[in-house]
Design a binder for this molecule. Structure first.
Ligand SMILES: [Zn+2]
Length: 564
């Protein structure tokens, strides 16, 4: 046989195969879990263990949402995946691998579809078949859904493919990794407000607690630049949780349903308009037909024109009918009362589920997947806050502002208002008095924020520390500014011995003010200063009593000076 004949034969055989393929009749090797029965139909494997394991595999993937997690579940539970190599009747069980899991998830036959030509093969020089490339879905030679029984539905299969695709974008800009057990709710959904890249999530255990951070370190990884932003996770997660619970209220669902009813009413109106269009097209087509029928068959030119017109009208009518059908299909989703009630009850269930401490974070993140598209975070260090722009699935946006947690140093720092108060109190009080006043007002020193130091109170030495640390003007200087004199100065001015001055001060003949717990400054009046009496005839006690009595009867005594 010549080369040409061989080529023709081969082409005809190939043509025959392709014809069978298009009808879904061409027999090809089946994946594990399917067999051909005597009649040549594809049926599920008769081995119950094989069937159950494959069903469990798909259930596990639904639950965990990732091929690798499925492999982990199988390993932890000690399960093996069946495999039936070619030409072997008995299935062998071996540990599930990630590649096997992906192969099963990507195989449309498990969804009961007959497919052929998903890959393009080519024979290499040694005669072996090698995969040249994968074909796009549209280029498959055959794809007949629901051709035979399957383990999952066709819709489920396509959803699984979508999940796999988003999971596989780990290192792309738009990272939407499968939800993990960590506490950072915005995992894979937080976008950096400064550079537009996706945040990575970092966890660390500090003081026995696990803390999460959103870190934008892509530039660090690729170009060694410093981290773009690093934001503590807990306040952001709390704000997002509160927002989601607040939004998922029965009132919100009722409102959405009201809008839906209104839209349905509009659809009815639109449908009526489309019906009118069909009627009009029908009338015009009838008219064109009548005109064509009435024309003289001998007058070919006119007849041709009228026939063309009739055809156009018929085409217009067909299009109007098609438009109406298309529109109706789109609007078919009508919500009845049962669905409405279910939606309302779901919101309360949602709030319960979200607030339940037993709900794993993985499930919370999954719930979030249905609500939030992404959230952009911008840290504002000057204000000590972070701005969160949340984008909901429906396209609505919401902006939140949360306070960043304070650093350890900031936490133990004394509050500025306490320092201000101390500054004010220094005019009238000494350190120990100020400490008592602060404690009375329920204020606590900064150090009380440290673990186990909650009972710390202000003491004189703590107040002294604040005064020195914040450079407040000392009480001594303040009193000196007010014109108070030291013991020696006052004694010199009054012309008495310092010991006499002290005794006078003790008996309130002159005023003295403490500038610390042990020392005083003295007021020496310029007008009518007290003079020394003979204590034999006028003891100090009597003199003090006289002054006191004079002060009570004549409050303006001080301004007039000491007349005693
Ligand atoms: Zn960034």
């Amino acid at each position: 046989m010549s080369e040409a004949e061989l080529h023709v034969l081969k082409a005809r055989l190939r043509g025959g195969i392709l014809n069978k393929v298009r009808r879904g009749e061409y027999r090809c090797a089946l994946p594990t879990g399917f067999v051909y029965d005597e009649a040549g139909n594809v049926v599920l494997d008769s081995d119950a263990q094989v069937r159950e394991t494959i069903t469990y595999f798909f259930e596990t993937f639904d639950r965990v949402g990732s091929a690798c997690q499925t492999v982990k579940v199988f390993r932890n539970e000690g399960l093996n995946m069946p495999s039936r190599p070619c030409n072997q009747a008995a299935a062998i069980f071996r540990p599930l691998t990630a590649s096997a899991a992906l192969r099963v998830l990507n195989n449309p036959r498990y969804a009961g579809a007959y497919v052929y030509g998903r890959r393009l093969y080519r024979r290499s020089a040694n005669g072996k078949k090698t995969v040249q490339r994968k074909r796009q879905f549209d280029d498959w030679l055959a794809c007949i859904p629901e051709a035979h029984p399957g383990y999952i539905t066709w819709e489920r299969f396509q959803e699984n493919l979508k999940i796999l695709e988003t999971n596989g974008r780990g290192y792309e800009v738009a990272r939407a990794s499968p939800p993990r057990e960590g506490a950072a709710l915005l995992q894979g959904r937080a976008v950096c407000g400064r550079c537009g890249r996706h945040f990575r999530v970092r966890y660390a255990t500090r003081r026995g607690r696990q803390e999460a951070w959103y870190v934008c370190d892509r530039a660090h990884g690729s170009r060694g630049e410093p981290n773009c932003q690093s934001i503590a996770g807990s306040p952001i997660d709390e704000a997002i949780g509160a927002l989601v619970v607040e939004r998922m209220t029965p009132a919100a669902v009722e409102l959405a349903l009201e809008i839906r009813t209104e839209i349905e009413a509009r659809h009815e109106e639109a449908d009526q308009l489309r019906c009118r269009a069909i009627e009009r097209a029908q009338i015009e087509a009838d008219l064109a037909q009548r005109r064509f029928m009435l024309v003289d068959p001998g007058n070919r030119l006119v007849a041709d024109t009228l026939e063309g017109e009739w055809n156009d009208k018929l085409r217009a009518m067909a299009k109007a009918c098609e438009d109406r059908e298309h529109g109706r299909q789109e609007e078919q989703l009508v919500l009845d009362d049962v669905v409405r009630e279910r939606l309302v009850s779901m919101t309360t269930d949602f709030q319960k589920l979200w607030g339940d401490p037993g709900t794993p974070n993985r499930e919370r993140k999954r719930l979030l997947t249905y609500l939030i598209e992404d959230a952009t975070l911008i840290k504002i260090p000057a204000a000590g806050s972070t701005r969160i722009h949340v984008r909901f699935k429906g396209g609505k946006t919401e902006t939140l502002t949360v306070l960043n947690p304070k650093s350890s140093a900031q936490q133990v720092k004394t509050q500025p208002q306490v320092v201000e108060l101390v500054d004010k109190l220094l005019d009238e009080h000494i350190y120990s008095e100020i400490a008592d006043l602060l404690n009375e007002q329920g204020l606590r020193p900064g150090g009380s924020a440290r673990p186990g130091r909650g009972d710390d109170c202000f003491t004189a030495s703590r107040v002294a520390y604040l005064v020195h640390r914040y450079g407040l003007r000392s009480r001594y200087d303040r009193l000196r500014d007010r014109g108070l004199l030291t013991k020696e100065e006052a004694a010199t001015r009054l012309g008495i011995h310092p010991c006499t001055l002290v005794r006078w001060a003790q008996h309130s003949i002159i005023t003295r003010l403490a500038y610390n717990a042990h020392a005083y400054l003295y007021e020496a009046p310029e007008l009518n200063p007290p003079v020394k009496h003979c204590s034999r005839w006028n003891p100090l006690v009597d003199r003090a009593a006289t002054i006191k009595a004079a002060k009570v009867s004549k409050p303006s005594y001080q301004t007039e000076g000491d007349a005693v």
